[in-house]
Design a protein around this ligand. Structure first.
Ligand SMILES: Nc1ncnc2c1ncn2[C@@H]1O[C@H](COP(=O)(O)OP(=O)(O)OP(=O)(O)O)[C@@H](O)[C@H]1O
Ligand SMILES: [Mg+2]
Length: 254
């Protein structure tokens, strides 16, 4: 049998900010490499805080976070930056630079981290990423304000994959988007996932329809702990009351 490889291992992770009540109360989570994992749960349960621990933006109060074999708490600043380069990140607001063109936005991480390449080479990579997410060349020199919201999402994704990441983190990539753009983004997530061998995609989302359609695994957080972690089938079969409540509501809403 094939042995599973894990991109992320979170062990007994606890976090409180400034000695206040704990937000994360002992998270154990092992995210399989090469798979799509959704993280779901009610608002305020610590999903975004958990994602930020994977990037080393937040430091654990106790417990461990290991990413691609690196225990984050043991890394110095430069080593942490190296690990962060292995991540692509797409948050809800695409957070593009307003005064940079589409192409310059995608070049940004390359300019930061691939100084070994010539400008022409960086441009070439950026335009190939934009092509990959289906943005036509005639938009490359426009400012973000001159393209539609759906196109901005594509640019954000192109920028997230600029450095050819091993792990992509999405925090609510489709919240607030219309159903057409939501479906487009869902499809882009799948295509991006498939575009790289061994890519690990981790998606925080309130969109249960997408979770059940796209996920290999789903983790449901509740009040700073993992309530249930399993396949979509295991979620549908769960008789845990909170899981049922969340799943029924989410599906009912559609
Ligand atoms: N930097 C911070 N300092 C102090 N408290 C924080 C900080 N970041 C988050 N929190 C608190 O941690 C809790 C969990 O927040 P988090 O953003 O992870 O929730 P979430 O599950 O992502 O919710 P949502 O679905 O609404 O995005 C909240 O009570 C929030 O106020
Ligand atoms: Mg959040």
């Amino acid at each position: 049998m094939e042995t599973k490889e894990f991109a992320v291992n979170v062990e007994h992770l606890r976090k409180s900010f400034d000695g206040k009540e704990e937000v994360l109360k002992g998270i154990d989570l092992h995210i399989e490499k090469g798979k799509i994992t959704f993280i779901i749960g009610f608002s305020g349960t610590g999903k975004s805080v958990l994602l930020k621990h994977l990037l080393g933006v937040h430091k654990a109060t106790s417990g461990d976070v290991e990413v691609l074999g690196h225990k984050l708490s043991t890394l110095n600043h430069d080593q942490l930056i190296e690990v962060r380069k292995k991540f692509g990140v797409l948050f809800q607001a695409a957070a593009l630079f307003d005064d940079h063109s589409v192409l310059e936005n995608v070049m940004f991480p390359l300019n930061e981290h691939r100084k070994d390449l010539s400008k022409a080479e960086r441009e070439q990579i950026a335009s190939s990423r934009l092509k990959q997410v289906g943005l036509e060349e005639k938009h490359y020199n426009k400012l973000p304000s001159e393209i539609s919201g759906g196109m901005q999402k594509r640019v954000g994704l192109a920028r997230a994959i600029a450095l050819n990441p091993e792990i992509i983190l999405y925090d609510e990539p489709t919240t607030g988007l219309d159903p057409i753009i939501t479906e487009m983004v869902d499809n882009l997530i799948i295509e991006t996932h498939k575009s790289r061998e061994g890519m690990t995609s981790i998606i925080v989302s309130h969109d249960l329809t997408a979770a059940f359609r796209l996920a290999d695994y789903i983790a449901m957080l509740n009040a700073g702990t993992v309530l249930l972690y399993g396949t979509p089938e295991e979620f549908l079969a769960s008789d845990n009351e909170l899981v049922r409540k969340f799943v029924d509501k989410g599906i009912h809403r559609k």
